[in-house]
Design a protein around this ligand. Structure first.
Ligand SMILES: *Cc1c(COP(=O)(O)O)cnc(C)c1O
Length: 449
């Protein structure tokens, strides 16, 4: 057990539930709240929340008794409440809105397997979660009990992985992998482990936050058989940090599973330097390393959670240098259209010349660093790693430019457009344009959840 230092809460309506039931994840799952009547047993709803809950077309609602107990019943702006209780705001479209803003379907060679980066894949293993986040980036499929991944999908995912040796890291997500039946979860992980080139298995889960009682000793013992296993949890606000969560992360880390945290920057929830500082410091106390802070995706139904990108920069400015380096996450924008994660941070490099760089620190102290004048360049010919580890063909990007594997990266149609005939006319029939994404905004998307 972790040291008792975090709060533990249970809403009055659950006070007569025996501990054995409360601490049983199956009880938590089967007693989730989703209707106006059930939720009003815990706290009174606003008109906007009632309207959203009465509508049938919104993204699924379900909240574990444990998690709903963390909401302050008297505060309609409670940061946990906003994450799980819908409001009318979800029906408001915004420019740039999409159903699959990360173009995951386009990057899926087989259903549920997103292969965007050279050496790792995202493997969606279920559409179900313990509770549903209102800003879910995958709300197009998540929560729908009729849209489950089948055994056949799973076999196709495994087939693809077996014949794709460059994949060394498989990230299990969904939905939430830890909501799978324990036997199925073990089968999945053990079958992945049989594939020799898969070095690391990662699990992305919010179960420790929604339902920490799921992190049983049996579960951690099972996971411990398949190391190296890493896990990212998903905490957005310090109010989500309880003794139950601290005990769960203690069990996970004792089982040798390194823990990270991915949070989403959400207006009205955690768009504050002081909230974020408390969050990352509490996470580190639980041996959870803040990993990513995400800019909100352009997903339908989540427009009211969006913040300007500058808010993320401001938060990193308020963390870096002000608190432990390992408490500072990387702020990323997951590029719409499938560009992947793009890290952003304040500028610390102010200027440079051949011999010197000018830098500033978090306090605004401006300093110089003298460049070496006798640097012996790294010799790729003499380096065995350089000889064997060439950049991935076709996905080497800017590294490929630096290595001289490519000399330029061009938008589609670039060379035709710049070829002129003898009259000086541009020869290219196609106008110069960057490849248009097929994942165009769909403003009618909200109605077909
Ligand atoms: C986020 C993500 C990953 C993992 O990225 P890391 O930066 O390695 O954590 C892999 N595949 C997809 C499609 C992703 O969105």
């Amino acid at each position: 057990m972790a040291k008792r230092e975090f709060p533990s809460k249970r809403a009055p309506i659950f006070s007569s539930i025996p501990d054995e039931k409360w601490n049983d994840w199956r009880w938590q799952l089967s007693h989730r709240l989703n209707s106006i009547e059930e939720i009003e047993g815990v706290f009174p709803l606003t008109e906007s929340e009632k309207l959203a809950l009465a509508g049938s077309h919104l993204f699924r609602v379900d909240i574990t008794p444990y998690f709903i107990s963390l909401i302050d019943p008297d505060d309609p702006n409670d940061p946990i409440r906003k994450q799980v209780i819908p409001t009318e705001d979800e029906m408001v479209p915004f420019s740039g809105m999409m159903s699959d803003s990360l173009a995951e379907e386009e990057h899926s060679p087989v259903p549920g397997l997103v292969h965007r980066y050279p050496d790792r894949v995202l493997m969606l293993v279920t559409t179900q979660c313990a509770s549903y986040c209102r800003y879910c980036t995958r709300s197009r499929i998540v929560g729908d009990p009729t849209a489950q991944f089948s055994r056949n999908d799973f076999e196709m995912q495994l087939d693809y992985l077996r014949k794709t040796p460059q994949v060394r890291d498989v990230l299990l997500s969904g939905g939430d992998p830890l909501t799978l039946a324990p036997k199925l979860l073990e089968e999945l992980i053990s079958r992945l482990r049989e594939i020799e080139h898969i070095e690391v298995i990662r699990i992305g889960s919010r179960v420790p936050v929604f339902m920490p009682m799921r992190i049983t000793n049996e579960l951690t013992e099972m996971l411990g058989k398949y190391h190296p296993i890493w896990m990212n949890i998903h905490v957005n606000h310090p109010n989500e940090i309880t003794q139950e969560l601290a005990d769960a992360t203690d069990r996970l880390t004792r089982a040798g599973i390194p823990l990270g945290n991915q949070s989403v920057l959400l207006a009205g929830v955690n768009d504050c330097v002081h909230v974020q500082r408390q969050l990352v410091q509490d996470l580190v106390r639980m041996r959870v390393r803040p990993y990513y802070l995400y800019q909100s995706d352009l997903v339908a139904g989540a427009g009211h959670f969006r913040t300007p990108v500058s808010k993320g920069i401001e938060i990193i400015e308020g963390l870096r240098g002000h608190t432990s380096g390992y408490a500072v996450p990387t702020f990323v924008v997951d590029a719409p259209g499938g560009g992947g994660k793009i890290p952003l941070m304040p500028n610390y490099l102010l200027s440079q010349s051949e011999h010197r760089v000018v830098l500033r620190n978090f306090e605004g102290f401006i300093t110089t660093y003298d460049e070496p004048n006798n640097y012996q360049s790294h010799d790729p010919q003499a380096c065995s790693f350089c000889k064997t580890k060439r950049s991935e063909i076709g996905q080497s990007g800017i590294t490929g430019l630096l290595e001289g594997a490519e000399t330029s990266i061009q938008p589609q149609g670039f060379s035709q457009t710049h070829t002129r005939n003898t009259e000086g006319q541009l020869a290219g029939a196609d106008p110069l344009e960057w490849r248009l994404s097929t994942n165009q905004p769909r403003h009618d998307e909200l109605v077909d959840h």
